[in-house]
Design a protein around this ligand. Sequence first.
Ligand code: GLY
Length: 416
Amino acid sequence: MTRRADRQQLIRIMPAKRDHTPTDTFDVLVAGGGVAGLVAAWRAAQAGRAVCLVDRGELGAGASHVAAGMLAPVTEADPREPALLELGLEAAWRWPGFAEELESAAGMGVALRRTGSLVVARDRDEAEALDRVREVAAGLGVTMERLLPSAARRLEPALAPTVRLALHAPDDHSVDPRLITAALAEAARRAGAVLRCGEEVGEALIDGAVVSNGREPTADGDRPRITGLRLTSGERLTATDTVVALGAWAGDLPGLPSAARVPMRPVKGQLLRLRDPEGPGLIERTVRFEGGYLVPRADGRYVLGATQEERGFDTTVTAGGLYELLRDASELVPGVLELELEEAIAGLRPATPDNAPVLGRPRGVDGLIWAGGHHRNGVLLAPVTGDAVLRALDGEPAAPAFAPARFAHADAEALA
Ligand code: GLY
């Protein structure tokens, strides 16, 4: 391993961009500068590795920029995905310590709000669904208090009198993801990572060669090894390990052998950022409802999200999408219609076929680590994503429920 102190010396004399493209070598290359890539870079650099992260735009400008930042393992969870629910609970339990460590490492706040969430039902069907959520939560040792409308309105007086039932999830909190990405970038930089923005990844390098068509390497009996990345500028970066954290685009990275690939689809979410010129106070807790959520920030801002649409890489904001969010939210919190509109935006959640993330090394290919497919839980899962990348760097196998090998092509068996 290259010693970090040596790398830092190198970095000081290395210009950020060059016309000529000699190969730069690192211990760890990270493709993608969202929450997943940044936490991977921070943890790897913190562990003494020489790290370089590459992002085609600004850091945290993709799904992380759009995310609401709910740390809601139970209220976001699908009871049919128990492994994901347990991972989310572990992540939620880790968040307070993680936030404290990150704030101290970055020298800036991340606005962790430990105010809990209220899940509200408008009718009998929704109320029955809430009772099922409560049962699942109880089975996992998570207490959610069942509140009749009067009790719910004592907690959140802005709720409409028509609310039928509510569940109080005192441990479902929130953070501001834009502060998280800024803090992770600063912490990674301070730990010695090189962060390169505006540099697009072109292809993965395999055994030193670029495999433009993704063909399988045929070196006699050798396991193929990802040796780094070629940028679209032509520059080559090589590393012992390459972490793929390219969000919804991760499935399309050219050059990976099929044994190492993970299918990834974009799931569009539109949301609104709102502001109360009078300051905070409309609601104290996140209010969730069928199809959406209203997340308060400490300064009187609110995030109202989000649609869930399968429309490929489309990020247009539509009147219909925003109308539905405002219609549903204002039915439950009428005061939402008095708020000022600051931003309407759409992002792409990266989702695997089973909606669970891929965290760890694929089978049959060396030098590659996946950190992606976080779907609705990218911010929540940040602490455990960092842990999983560190474990993979140390050679530990991925947890089976999140192992990339679950999507491997049949011919992956031949390479394993
Ligand atoms: N985690 C909230 C969302 O994906 O909309």
